[in-house]
Design a protein around this ligand. Structure first.
Ligand code: HEM
Ligand SMILES: N[C@@H](CC(=O)c1ccccc1NC=O)C(=O)O
Length: 284
C-alpha cells in the first residue's frame, strides 16, 4: 500500500479472468440497460438525457413496487400479516426515494424543457402502465384507463388482469373479516373491477381498533402502515404536480389533458378512505 502515492494496490485474490464467467455487467444486463437511452430531439438537447433517466429510474422502482405489492397481497391471503407488513415497509422506502428524486428533475428549467418538449409528441406519463398497475393494486380501479393501452397488448393484459383481481385493500378487509372483525358484508362481495368506495361500517371497525389499540396491536400497526403508504403516494403526486407547474405552468399536457388542473384532481383520490375517516371519529 503506498499511502504517499494515494493509490490502493489490487489484492492477490482479485478475480481478473472472466472468460466464460458471469460478470457484474452480464448479471445486470448493463449492455441493454445502458444502451436504452435514446434522445429524440434534433439537434439533440443536452437535458433530454436527464428527462429520460428520471423516467427510466422511476419505472425501475415502480417495477419493484409492483413486485412487492404482489407479495404483500399473497401474504395477506395467507393470513401472514407480519410478512405483509415487511413488504410495505420496503415499499415505503422506495416511495420516499421516488419522491425525493423530483428535486433532480426540478433543475430542468422551463426554457430548457421547452427546447425539446415538442419532440415528445403525444407521449406522456399518463401512459405509464406500471403507475396505473400500482393504482389498481392499491384499489383505485378505473377501467377507462385501459383505453390508452389499446395498442400495447402486454400492458393491456397486465392491467385488465389486475382490474379483475382483488386489491391490497380488498385483501386487508377480507383478512380483518377472517380475524373476526365486523366487516360489512357488501365489502366482501364487492365488484372488484370498480374503485373501492367509502364504507361507514368499516370506519366503525377501525374505531374499535384505534380506541383499543393495545388489544388489537398488530392490526393497529398495519392500519398505520397503510396510512403511510397512501400518504407517501400522495406526496409523490403532489411533487409531480408542483414540478409540472414550475416547468410548464398551465399549458395543457402532451397526453391531451388540461395539465395541472387534471393532476390536481388526482389529489382528491383516496385508496383507504375509512382509515382517514376514522381520525374524525376517535374519542367521540
Ligand atoms: C418536466 C417533467 C414532467 C412534466 C411537465 C409532466 C407533465 C405531466 C402532465 C401535464 C400530465 C397529465 C397528462 C397529460 O396530459 O400529459 C402528466 C401525467 C403523468 N405523469 Fe408527468 N410530467 C413530468 C414528469 C414525470 C415523471 C418524471 C414521471 C415519472 C414516471 C411522470 C409520470 C406521470 C404519470 C404517472 C402521469 C399520470 C398521472 C395521473 O393519471 O394522475 N411524469 N405529467
Ligand atoms: N406530459 C408532459 C410530457 C411528459 O412529461 C412526458 C413525455 C414523455 C414521456 C414521459 C413524460 N412524463 C410525464 O408525464 C408534458 O405535457 O410536457
Amino acid at each position: 500500500m503506498s499511502v504517499e502515492r494515494n493509490t490502493r494496490e489490487l489484492e492477490e485474490g482479485i478475480e481478473k479472468d472472466f472468460s466464460g464467467k458471469m460478470t457484474y455487467g452480464s448479471y445486470l444486463a448493463l449492455d441493454q440497460l445502458l444502451s436504452a437511452q435514446h434522445p429524440v430531439s434534433r439537434p439533440e438537447h443536452h437535458d433530454e438525457m436527464l428527462f429520460i433517466i428520471q423516467h427510466q429510474t422511476s419505472e425501475l422502482w415502480l417495477k419493484l413496487v409492483l413486485h412487492e405489492l404482489g407479495a404483500v397481497r399473497k401474504r395477506l391471503r395467507e393470513d401472514d400479516l407480519r410478512a405483509a407488513m415487511k413488504g410495505i415497509a420496503r415499499i415505503k422506502h422506495i416511495q420516499r426515494s421516488l419522491t425525493e428524486q423530483w428535486s433532480v428533475l426540478a433543475t430542468l428549467t422551463p426554457s430548457e424543457y421547452a427546447d425539446f418538449r415538442g419532440s415528445l409528441q403525444a407521449a406522456s406519463g399518463f401512459q405509464s402502465y406500471q403507475y396505473r398497475a400500482v393504482e389498481f393494486l392499491l384499489g383505485n380501479k378505473n377501467a377507462g384507463m385501459l383505453q390508452v393501452f389499446e395498442s400495447d397488448p402486454q400492458a393491456l393484459e397486465l392491467l385488465s388482469g389486475l382490474l379483475g383481481e382483488t386489491s391490497i385493500y380488498d385483501e386487508f378487509v377480507r383478512y380483518l373479516h377472517r380475524r373476526g372483525y365486523a366487516v360489512p358484508d357488501e365489502l366482501l362481495h364487492r365488484d372488484v373491477t370498480q374503485a373501492h368506495e367509502f364504507n361507514p361500517g368499516l370506519v366503525q371497525v377501525y374505531k374499535l381498533v384505534y380506541e383499543h389499540a393495545a388489544e388489537h396491536w398488530d392490526v393497529y400497526e398495519a392500519c398505520e402502515e397503510l396510512v403511510d403508504l397512501e400518504d407517501n403516494f400522495q406526496l409523490w403526486r403532489f411533487r409531480h404536480l408542483k414540478t409540472v407547474e414550475r416547468t410548464i405552468g398551465h399549458k395543457s399536457g402532451t397526453g391531451g389533458s388540461s395539465g395541472v388542473g387534471f393532476l390536481q384532481r388526482a389529489l382528491e383520490l383516496t385508496f383507504f378512505p375509512e382509515l382517514f375517516a376514522v381520525r374524525t371519529e376517535i374519542g367521540k
